[in-house]
Design a protein around this ligand. Sequence first.
Ligand code: NAP
Length: 676
Amino acid sequence: MTVLQISSYAAGSWVAPGGGARAVASAITGQPLAQAGNDALDVQAMLAYARDIGGPALRALTFHDRARMLKALAQALSDHKQALYDLSFDTGATQKDHLIDIDGGIGTMFVFASKGRREMPDGQVYLDGDVEQLSRNGSFLGQHICTPLHGVAIHINAYNFPVWGMLEKLAPTLLAGVPAIVKPATSSCYVTERAVRIMLDSAILPEGALQLVSGGLGDMLDHLGAQDVVSFTGSATTALKLRQTPAIVQNAVRFVAEQDSLNASILGPDAAPGTPEFDLFIKEAHREMTTKAGQKCTAIRRILTPSAHVEAVIEALSTCLADTTIGDPRLEATDMGALISNAQKADILAKADIIGQEAERVFGDPNTFDGNPGAFLSPILFHCPDPDRARRVHDTEAFGPVSTIMGYSDLDHAAALANRGGGSLVTSLVTNEAAIAARLVHGVAAWNGRLYINNRTSMQESTGHGSPLPHMVHGGPGRAGGGEEMGGIRGVKHYMQRTAVQASPEILSAIGKIWVPGASEIKSPAHPFTRSFDELEIGETLHTPARTVTLDDIEHFAQFTGDTFYAHMDDAAAKRNPFFTGRVAHGYLLLSFAAGLFVQPDEGPVLANTGLDALRFMQPVSAGDSIKVRLTVKQKTRRNAEYGEVRWHVTLTNQNDEKVAEYELLTMNSIAAQPV
Ligand code: NAP
């Protein structure tokens, strides 16, 4: 069999393996499969290529441009995913495992593409939070903004997810506008290399946006500076070593670490054998032990059960494990494939021996596959009879199909045991009692990046204890590395600098491309509802005439809608209310009158009213008062070939120019003057 030559992509060229290349074996056969790495890689040229060519090209694009790019990349990978599946079997992964790594990675990229367009502006500055009022009259305001770092992101990934591990970091990085150099773990880098080739061949990315190091990273980390980021996933030992690199410490280089984790799953005291929750707990524990042969950072390492149910859990889980077909991952009948390598298998067995000093092995024979050249291993289940005195079961990660059952006496005890992991990526809880869940959340949330709570109501649609989702934060405190990835747009901010900007409304509007109250208004040349999305300018404003509100209006609205709340109907009762001096108009009546004042009724570019945000009623309106409206284009976003969303700032004032209501109105507007 020919040995695959796994290249790096450096400063615009593919570089074949050379001196110092590392050998990679197939997980299934143990035979040589590939070689990767080249000591002559010019890491400084790679850094310069990213910073000087990739960075400026990405920063010239808007968040929406970059989101569209991510979507196209995800599509290109999806079109070629069979090639990735074919290669990935040799890592020991089954087709089901590919769905998590390859389809999961592509799905993550699609989610960031969609979130980028929905939640970020079609501009180059991301506004982080609301405007802060720093002065009495509003002439000096504050706004936090996020802009892309001017450096490069170095992504160092673990071997277990060669595709997802890359894409969950790459998507937020590119969306932020920062170039990346990806360094996959050598033992599965042949899958990552193919995925990088697919992306580069698609010619979607600007030059310099993506490079790849297959094999060793050389002294790249010694050349990092203040605008660079390292995103690391792997063992705590490697993280500790890398984060102490002098250049990283001296230049305060951001170092995001996702490390190993002694995750726990807790069976609620209500979830006795015979309940749907008990069966669910066993199913999830079994899945976490066997998916990817237990090589998941989020896998359940510690199974916490009420002491009374320890025996039942051992029995039920052992039955499921005995029913697990282990073997060639390419075969459909196989439930669990191989570990990545025999070296990894030896490491797991050594760790299992450590756990075995404090716990009894209740399922699995470590010698089952002795003599097989592949890295196959039976699942191994331990029971720890004294988890309070034990230490190693709480700190030893055997990164394979190995888990330890331990009993607890009450909820506080369960929380204390779970927290002895020293900080975890995830803890799950299976209970049908909301009060139990609430109590445990208080006990364990501070020690976990994610809590996964499941029961009969949610089990059909739940996403799995071990599945990090692009929408939700992945990472955990302490032992888990103290890092945070994904979590929607939060994950993009790891690659941007947050800056507090203090200035006048006019200047803040110009920076954020969003109208800020107090900034100057642009008089609309025609009614703004007759102007297309592209014609409307930020700050364009309509002032309506006033309309007087009468008692008849209030009566009519009350009878018509059925809203006869006393404050609108009964003068004496309204007076007894601390907020009113007598009968007041309905807030919704005011909103309706406002629409009547600002709407232009003809068919035109406004296609639909899609919502209303941040509504506040600030001052009561009584019969005899008059209201008028100021309607201003605050923001334009989510433009496609046909229409885009306009956010209008709406202020209602009374005859004394006091604000009575304020809100933001959303409309979808055609990009042409007439609907297309
Ligand atoms: P590892 O041995 O710590 O390696 C992780 C990465 O660091 C690999 O790419 C490795 O490259 C690289 N590396 C090692 N030494 C380096 C050095 N001196 N300079 C630059 N890079 C270096 O971990 P692994 O065996 O690949 O993965 C298993 C571990 O990762 C487990 O402990 C697991 O819990 C953890 N993990 C955590 C998460 C999470 O999200 N928290 C996810 C997956 C895995 P080489 O392969 O070339 O040595």
